[in-house]
Design a protein around this ligand. Structure first.
Ligand SMILES: NC(=O)c1ccc[n+]([C@@H]2O[C@H](COP(=O)([O-])OP(=O)(O)OC[C@H]3O[C@@H](n4cnc5c(N)ncnc54)[C@H](O)[C@@H]3O)[C@@H](O)[C@H]2O)c1
Length: 325
């Protein structure tokens, strides 16, 4: 018996990359897995039903239990059908792992309305839609007197939390919003016995990161592979497991490190109490505060990981990236 025997978990975007590794790991731990993935391209175009089916075949070949679903998380009715499929196939749904994402990276002045909407739809609306139908199902079960641990695991990104990146207006906005709804849903759903957490992977080798500086080929077998997509899976499995008490947490994963994210924190303050500020007063007082410079912050973050040296070098890289396209 695995640690997850008897749990049924729906993983969105489970056909490739991190989601695929999660589905395989969950199934190896004994979970019944709904492998959702329409098999689209990085930008959301196209589709291939064989992508989800291949993961299901892999799980079944190893003796696990899985079923494929090829609906899009952006489709309201399809999101409902994913939940219904889990219940029809395995008798219940214990957890949802919202993992699906696409990327269309462009500088703000070139980003189209559709490119903004499409990326936000998969990450943010998709997380909402699947969690919404799962929560409605869980509420009905609770009303019938069924008491059992349930869980949602959302997926955010450092681009949205600690280090929003240039060219990612759509992706960063959606990922930041996913962290916010993690808190909202943790607060709302505890009464239904549902825990809600979020993982934020970083520098994992998938098609999304193939052009990111610092990504490497898989090392020889004897060496630890810090960028392996399987790095995220044990944490997700723990978060959906019945014994896990965590809720409302946003946890960054990079290599072997898991860090608690603490979100926006209130910094230094000026205060005129009941009086209105004037513009000259603000000019004097706000510029005297210890302000966080976004270029310095990103330089510090990338320096360790990617060897970006210095704020000026970073700014030159951003300008070259945006004007070179
Ligand atoms: N790779 C990293 O280093 C990294 C870093 C930060 C965050 N993430 C997050 O991890 C998650 C997985 O990313 P990945 O790197 O494995 O990407 P990936 O492209 O390898 O896999 C994403 C999967 O989502 C599927 N998908 C796309 N649109 C969908 C839709 N509408 N409905 C259902 N499925 C859909 C795709 O077909 C694809 O198989 C994403 O949420 C991503 O934002 C990844």
């Amino acid at each position: 018996m695995g640690e997850l025997t008897g749990r049924t978990v729906l993983v969105t975007g489970a056909g490739r990359g991190i989601g695929r590794a999660e589905a395989l790991y969950l199934a190896a731990g004994g979970a019944n897995v709904v492998v959702n993935d329409p098999g689209v391209q990085i930008d959301g175009g196209g589709g291939d039903a064989g992508i989800a089916a291949a993961v299901v075949d892999e799980i079944r070949t190893r003796g696990g239990r899985a079923v494929a679903d090829t609906g899009s998380v952006t489709d309201w009715a399809a999101a409902r059908r994913m939940v219904e499929l889990a219940v029809a196939e395995f008798g219940d749904l214990h957890a949802v792992v919202n993992n699906a994402a696409i990327e269309i990276n462009k500088g703000l002045e070139r980003l189209t309305e559709a490119e903004f909407d499409d990326v936000v739809a998969v990450k943010l609306k998709g997380t909402f839609a699947v969690s919404r139908w799962a929560a409605a199902y869980w509420r009905d079960r609770r009303d019938e007197g069924v008491r059992t641990d349930r869980a949602i695991v959302n997926t955010a990104s450092g681009s949205g939390l600690l280090n929003p990146l240039p060219t990612q207006t759509n992706y960063a906005a959606a990922n930041a919003a996913v962290a916010a709804v993690t808190t909202v849903h943790a607060l709302e759903l505890r009464r239904l016995g549902v825990r809600v957490n979020c993982v934020s992977p970083s520098m994992v080798r998938t098609r999304l990161t193939s052009s990111v500086p610092g990504m490497r080929q898989a090392p020889p077998d004897a060496e630890p592979d810090l960028q392996d997509p399987r790095r995220v899976a044990p944490l997700v499995a723990y978060l959906v497991s019945e014994a896990c008490p965590l809720t409302g947490q946003v946890l960054s994963v990079r290599g072997g490190a898991i860090a608690v994210n603490q979100g926006w924190a209130r910094g230094a303050e000026v205060n005129k109490d009941g009086n209105l500020w004037t513009i000259p007063e603000l000019a004097a007082e706000l510029t005297a505060l210890p302000l966080d410079d976004p270029f310095e912050r990103l330089t510090a973050a990338l320096d360790g990981a990617l060897g970006v040296q210095g704020r000026d070098r970073l700014e030159a890289m951003i300008n070259a990236e945006l004007d070179g396209r």
